[in-house]
Design a protein around this ligand. Structure first.
Ligand code: SF4
Ligand code: SF4
Length: 758
């Protein structure tokens, strides 16, 4: 597909399928230009509300565990549950149809409509019906379809696909809805408030409800033991679609089946809280169709025939997903949208860029691939692996891992070339990964390339400052020339460590610590690493620096799982003797901390992983806080050349590891006046912000963070402090000034500042 010149002219449906990468890039341009303010406002409101409402849940973790267990067991026993459900539905007097494909489902529904000579169907929100393109099938059969959910109504008028799995028209501002209605309905009515718009839509929809022959709904869950449907909504239109017309057709994926109605309670507690951040939605219906109440008859009209109920369950690739060791995980999804709302990239572009024809967000790739073609999941490239969604998912799905697997599969679908395999062999890709695009192999092998570049640091820095070299790198490996590159140091962290004597004696009672020489600090900011070592020694720790070995982080983020596995296994072998001796592993770079805490589960063998789950793997400030030193005396903020006013941005993965709060506590205890960021991610996310295709998106995501810095500085400047390498780069790019690590800030109170960049 050719790129349209003006992003505002791109229609969402034109770029819904992103199998062609150009569609993804155009979709990013379009959403940044047109939709971003509304998407940001709505997702961030949901996100803030979710944090507030889940914080008040005393048993949030236990609820999540229960939800995961229910779904896990249901997926494991799915064939039996489907048989039980069929019996229940038939015993209730309903009809049951299990559709193998989208076409089967559409054919069945159209046959029912034809039998009833239906002219008009009213529909409640159903993303599964979007998946199978049911509206098109019904319209082709001569049936009028009225979407009754306000958001779906807007999309039907605009002819757009949903951009969010819970709030499908979340990308529309009120002003854009007003303009749309005025244009499409040619009305002069005042439609300038939410209330006026809702009244206008409701009047149109009421007529449809009364005239409809058939009502259609989805289902949030279905109980196998009773055939009951659970429906959670905020407008009441789904309930009316199920109740008013004489014929009700419910359509859902087979993964919505749970054993019993008793299981609904857990999800009624979790779904609205996780999605919109409400303790409960306005309408929760548990229906047991076909209903016994008599059929509605409009005033002056004959009552219609007796009620009829059809449950259409759709497979459409789900059984295949169930057999797939990675995609199986996605079947647990309850479509709450927490992973969309807590994702910085999604918050910036929404589902018309970070989404496909039906499903969107971090989980959307698995669904598009599972129910369609692998390349339809290309938008999952926008998952940076920041991991912010993981703790927010009520069924604990490891969404970044799903996307890494999809990326790996898409790499394999690429054609082989001598250039790729030679480049891979030179840079250190595992043989299986040498089919990956050059850009991915370039970023995946940061470690080997940085090692070479650091050996000749002056030359490397001089070359990477030459515009024609940057141009060459941009065209060969997609490294955006606008992104400033940090200089390679003359000496690595390992070298600085070896050259510095240790004059301090360890404080009795403190454990031995192995500081992991992560490759990002070793080759990128060794002075920062030394500041952390000096800090821990000053607190009294006996600390040793490990060898610098790649950990797999850079490779896994490119979907080069075989390379990541080789590297993770090498690092684990080096660390195991230290773990066996009960030493603490300290990790400065938060993305590597997350690697050891979570990602190794997928990369090392079971016995090794069992040791890592028992090990103490901590971030430096966690160690400082745990030692309970007299912080105000050791590191008095008043003596820092940076001043006492600081703005601190913790790293996304550091927060997922619950390893950020200690930094705030330590800085406060030393006397710093600290303002913290509240963004989910700075937008840099390792290599993501370096890539030519995603540079604009990365900077747009960063804008929220930069705005928070500006707001915090309204009463005077603050020193920028950040824990992650990527966050340093992004703040440096966005604010144009130096950023220090918390360890550097603390050590500045006791020694001449040794900032790595001046
Ligand atoms: S890992 Fe981060 S980028 Fe990926 S889906 Fe989750 S929140 Fe979004
Ligand atoms: S993956 Fe988890 S957080 Fe995302 S929609 Fe599904 S259940 Fe919700």
């Amino acid at each position: 597909m050719a790129s349209a010149a003006n992003p505002a002219d791109i229609q969402p449906r034109q770029v819904a399928n992103k199998a062609d990468k150009q569609a993804l890039l155009d979709a990013i341009r379009m959403t940044l230009a047109v939709q971003s303010p509304a998407v940001r406002h709505n997702t961030q409101t949901f996100n803030r509300n979710r944090y507030a409402v889940t914080a008040r849940l005393a048993d949030y973790d236990a609820l999540k565990d229960r939800a995961r267990e229910i779904k896990q067991n249901a997926i494991a026993n799915l064939p039996e549950l489907l048989r039980q459900l069929e019996t229940s539905v038939k015993a209730n007097g309903g009809q049951f149809y299990l559709a193998k494909t989208a076409a089967d489902a559409n054919r069945y529904v159209c046959d029912v409509l034809t039998r009833h000579q239906a002219k008009l169907v009213v529909k409640g929100k159903s993303i599964t019906s979007e998946e199978i393109k049911l509206n098109h099938a019904m319209e082709a059969a001569g049936v009028r379809v009225a979407e009754t959910d306000l958001a779906e109504f807007i999309l039907q008028v605009a002819d757009e696909q949903p951009s969010h799995i819970v709030a499908p028209a979340l990308h529309y501002s009120r002003e854009r809805i007003t303009a749309l209605f005025k244009r499409k309905f040619a009305t002069d009515l005042p439609l300038d408030t939410g209330e006026e718009l809702t009244v206008f839509a409701r009047e149109k929809l009421r007529e449809q409800f009364i005239a409809a022959d058939v009502g259609m709904s989805g289902a949030n869950l279905i109980a196998a033991d009773s055939g009951s449907l659970m429906l959670v909504e905020s407008e009441g239109n789904i309930r009316m679609s199920c109740i008013l017309p004489p014929v009700h057709i419910a359509i859902a994926g087979i993964e919505k089946v749970v054993p019993s109605r008793k299981d609904f309670g857990t999800f009624i507690e979790l779904l609205p809280r996780s999605g919109t951040g409400q303790p409960l939605t306005s309408y929760v219906s548990i229906l047991h169709p076909p209903l016994k109440a008599s059929v509605f008859a409009a005033p002056g009209k004959q009552p219609k025939e007796a009620r009829e109920f059809h449950l259409v369950l759709i497979d459409n690739g789900r059984s295949r997903m169930r057999e797939d060791p990675a995609l199986r995980e996605a079947l647990r999804c309850i479509r709450c949208s927490a992973c969309l709302n807590s994702c910085a990239n999604f918050e910036t572009v929404g589902g018309h860029a970070f989404g496909g024809e039906t499903y969107s967000g971090g989980i959307g790739g698995a669904w598009e691939a599972g129910t369609g073609k692998l390349l339809n999941a290309r938008f999952s490239e926008l998952c940076t692996g920041c991991s912010r969604c993981v703790n927010n998912c009520p069924v604990r799905i490891d969404i970044p891992w799903l996307n890494e697997v999809l990326r790996q599969r898409m790499n394999v679908e690429q054609s082989k070339s001598t250039a790729k395999s030679t480049f891979g062999a030179m840079t250190g890709s595992a043989p299986e990964d040498r089919v990956a695009p050059l850009q991915k192999q370039f970023f995946a092998n940061y470690s080997s390339q940085a090692r070479r570049a650091t050996r000749f640091a002056s030359l490397s820095n001089a070359l990477t400052n030459l515009p024609f070299v940057r141009g060459l790198m941009e065209s060969a490996v997609g490294l955006d020339r606008r992104r400033k590159l940090p200089p390679f140091p003359k000496h690595t962290w390992e070298e600085l460590y070896r050259s510095e004597p240790n004059p301090t004696t360890a404080r009795p009672g403190l454990p031995k610590v192995l500081m992991l020489a992560d490759v990002f600090t070793n080759y990128g900011s060794p002075e920062r690493g030394m500041a952390a070592i000096r800090l821990l020694r000053k607190v009294g720790f006996d600390i040793e620096l490990s060898l610098a070995l790649a950990d797999g982080r850079a490779a896994i983020s490119q979907g080069m799982i075989a390379t990541a596995r080789e590297q993770a296994r090498g690092l684990a072998a080096m660390l195991l003797p230290h773990l066996d001796r009960g030493e603490i592993i300290c990790v400065l770079e938060p993305s590597v901390l997350a690697m050891l805490r979570f990602d190794f589960a997928h990369l090392v063998d079971e016995a090794t992983w069992a040791k890592f789950t028992l090990a103490k793997v901590l971030e430096p400030m966690q160690l400082v806080w745990s030692a309970k030193p007299e912080l105000a005396g050791l590191f008095p903020a008043s003596r820092s050349p940076h001043g006492t006013r600081v703005f601190y941005h913790s790293h996304c993965q550091q927060r997922t590891c619950n390893a950020a709060q200690e930094t705030v506590e330590v800085l406060r205890a030393c006397g710093f006046d600290i303002v913290t960021s509240s963004v989910e991610c700075c937008g840099m996310a390792g290599s993501f912000g370096y890539k030519r295709e995603y540079y604009e998106l990365s900077m747009a995501v960063g804008e929220d963070l930069f705005a928070q810095v500006r707001a915090a500085e309204q009463d005077g400047p603050r020193t920028l402090v950040a824990s992650g390498t990527s966050c340093h780069e992004q703040l440096w790019a966005g604010m144009g000034r130096e950023v220090v690590h918390p360890a550097e800030l603390l050590m500045s109170t006791v020694e001449v500042s040794r900032l790595s960049r001046s």
